[in-house]
Write a protein that binds this ligand. Sequence first.
Ligand SMILES: NC(=O)c1ccc[n+]([C@@H]2O[C@H](COP(=O)([O-])OP(=O)(O)OC[C@H]3O[C@@H](n4cnc5c(N)ncnc54)[C@H](OP(=O)(O)O)[C@@H]3O)[C@@H](O)[C@H]2O)c1
Length: 322
Amino acid sequence: MKAAVTIRQGGPEVIELKEVPKPDVKPGWVLINVKAFGLNRSEIFTRRGDSPGVEFPRIQGIECVGIVEEDPSSKYGKGQQVAAVMGGMGRFFDGGYAEYALVPLEIVFPFESSLQWDILGAIPEMFQTVSGSLNQALEIQSGETLLIRGGTSSIGMLACQLAKSKGLQVVSTTRNPDKKQSLIENGSDHVVIDKGQVKDQVRALFPDGVNKVLELIGTQTLKDSLKCIAPKGTVCMTGILGNEWTIKEFTPMGDIPSLGRLTVYMGESKNLSKELLQEFIDDVAKGNIKLNIDNVFTLDQVVEAHQYMENNKAKGKIVVLT
Ligand SMILES: NC(=O)c1ccc[n+]([C@@H]2O[C@H](COP(=O)([O-])OP(=O)(O)OC[C@H]3O[C@@H](n4cnc5c(N)ncnc54)[C@H](OP(=O)(O)O)[C@@H]3O)[C@@H](O)[C@H]2O)c1
């Protein structure tokens, strides 16, 4: 089979299109004929050698969609449409950047859809992350206010749509004023230009602060995001677009406002269910959710696709078709 193999840690050029053996099926694992996969920021970290425990060469890809080629457990018949996500995929065992992927049964989610594969490929990880962050970590409720820090990211764009569909008011941030209009068109009620500090702009809109913050930039902006919350408000750090893992100085009684809440979301396949996934796919098919797919590449263009993601050229999800 053809696979985009990360041969060693490094820049996008360490990913090479190769002919490799199709994986042998084994009990408890499902062989998927991969049709498409989304690219994820974490795959840049892995490629650079920053994901602990990952050995090279490795076929990366923490998610994929496709059809079942073989399932020794007989749970899924040949041809069943499935998504696979997380669970060590593309890190501790080979992942989605290939024509076939062998993955554990427990990270496989069946679905039925006539949507095109490039659309389906955008969904699993993005939906799992947004749904888990908003519903499980932030427990969003109708009537609340939500600040999305890193609003133009694919996670941020989908989070805005899901929050709007639940009746929240949304403030999205971007560093780039040129992206303001696309955030408004995506449903944001307000857009704030982020130069590292947005507290004053957010409090000008909502003097008491916002109820919830989805923090996608990470440690660089976390303290400022905590300054944006209303009493008993919650900040959930889900992303690390700013590329810094630790905060050098953090004073809990000081940086977290009294009664404020700070949580993180590190989603896993267990945070997803086949029912939730199917419901979301159906919503996309009905046009209730508009996926922001920025660009679609092919398997032999994965190097280009990684470069594109790393250069922040995308205004939404990047998908690769096999
Ligand atoms: N916890 C989880 O389970 C989970 C799962 C999936 C993804 N994530 C994380 O969620 C975040 C968003 O992922 P994504 O795939 O949606 O990202 P993405 O679409 O690639 O995000 C691109 C946007 O991020 C912003 N950005 C890039 N570098 C930045 C920096 N240094 N400082 C501030 N903003 C920066 C840019 O926005 P502007 O130019 O408009 O400012 C850019 O348009 C990532 O950190 C990812 O690792 C977490």
